[in-house]
Write a protein that binds this ligand. Structure first.
Ligand code: PPS
Length: 357
């Protein structure tokens, strides 16, 4: 997951550290960020997520350089971005150390390929929301690092501002609800959901872009093509059984603490969906129609002005990929497969998402 215009920039060396040492650290950080933003949740595609050797290399380098323990994901892009903003916003972004780092009060927990990056980028426009750019993967992969590690990743906030992060894999992580509830039972949860069939194809398209030699979508879909038995162990299929995953969350959180955003509406009416999200977060509706324009080339809504910038901002080219054509019979079989789960999901959430029309 990588958003387009906020390229990872170096952080200033803290005083007293040797310049050479800082250069090493800076390049490590940059590499690490590039890894997190280009791979991120995308490594979850086939079975267990593999940690690239880069992280191990970082670990060794840290020991050699005798640097203090520090988070895997640095720097918070907000802090980097804040160096470029006009002085008018400097107070809000507090680049010079005002405010304090807090654990997030709201999380975008999923779903993968639902439109989570778009939602976070749009929300960041709100002056009362501060968010981590990269995906921390705390409640799934990095939980052993502890809450202090997690808090350190957060941008500084002033009184009344909400801290947020997004990691789409949380929604399908069995342990995530208990862990988030242990951090705070009051955490607000946001799930961007999208038609599970298009979501699966989007997920597959992402994998295909990195591993062009994988089998076809059609052959991965079935355990047995002749009997039409669907391979529900394939993560691209699994993730879309929303009702099943939601059941797990409801063991720990009441329904009114979870907001479901329609991935489709986020594209056709971003201001409308953002209105619901701002209400849910108890914020003034500041993000409105005026903030968006539809970019014909991109085929998606984009921001007229990104956070901390005066320039228009669309998401990068990994968002809105062209999907391969899938055999219509296979698509129909998948629609039939998901229908009962979708019905259950509409019933549970009290919202009709219209995927089965
Ligand atoms: N405004 C805007 N611009 C670009 N793309 C948008 C936007 N709103 C929603 N989307 C859809 O977001 C899909 C990617 O979802 P995520 O950001 O959740 O993906 S990820 O799980 O973080 O990799 C991505 O899926 P694909 O179209 O399959 O690439 C988009 O359809």
């Amino acid at each position: 997951d990588r958003c387009s215009t906020t390229s990872p920039s170096p952080v200033k060396a803290s005083s007293g550290r040797a310049a050479g040492l800082f250069e090493d650290l800076r390049s490590l950080r940059t590499k690490r960020l590039v890894y997190e933003w280009t791979a991120g949740s995308e490594l979850m595609d086939y079975g267990a997520a593999r940690r690239p050797s880069l992280v191990l290399a970082d670990e060794r380098a840290r020991q050699v350089l005798e640097l203090p323990e520090e988070p895997l994901i640095l720097p918070p892009p907000d802090l980097v971005a804040s160096r470029r903003v006009s002085p008018r916003f400097a107070g809000k972004l507090s680049p010079l150390g005002e405010g304090s780092k807090k654990l997030p009060q709201a999380l975008i927990i999923g779903v993968k390929k639902g439109g989570t990056r778009a939602l976070l980028e749009f929300l960041r426009v709100h002056p009362d929301i501060r968010a981590v750019g990269a995906e921390p993967h705390f409640f799934d992969r990095n939980y052993d690092n502890g809450l202090e590690w997690y808090r350190e990743l957060m941008p500084k906030t002033l009184e009344g501002q909400i801290t947020m992060e997004k990691t789409p894999s949380y929604f399908v992580t069995r342990e995530a609800p208990a862990r988030i509830s242990a951090m705070s039972r009051d955490t607000k949860l946001i799930v961007v959901v999208r038609d599970p069939v298009t979501r699966a194809i989007s997920d597959y398209t992402q994998t295909l872009s990195k591993k062009p030699d994988i089998p076809s979508f059609e052959s991965l879909t079935f355990k047995n093509r002749t009997t039409g038995l669907i391979d529900t162990s394939w993560s691209a299929i699994q993730i879309g059984i929303y009702a099943k995953h939601l059941d797990n969350w409801l063991q720990y959180f009441p329904m009114d603490q979870i907001l479901f955003v329609s991935g489709e509406r986020l594209i056709s009416d971003p201001a409308g969906e953002l209105g619901r999200v701002q209400d849910f977060l108890g914020l003034k509706r500041i993000i409105t129609d005026k903030h968006f324009y539809f970019n014909q080339t991109k085929g998606f809504p984009c921001l007229k002005k990104a956070e901390g910038s005066s320039k228009p901002h669309c998401l990068g080219k990994t968002k809105g990929r062209t999907h391969p054509n899938i055999d219509p019979e296979v698509v129909q079989r998948l629609r039939d497969f998901y229908r009962p789960f979708n019905m259950k999901f509409y019933q549970m959430t009290g919202r009709f998402f219209g995927w089965d029309e």
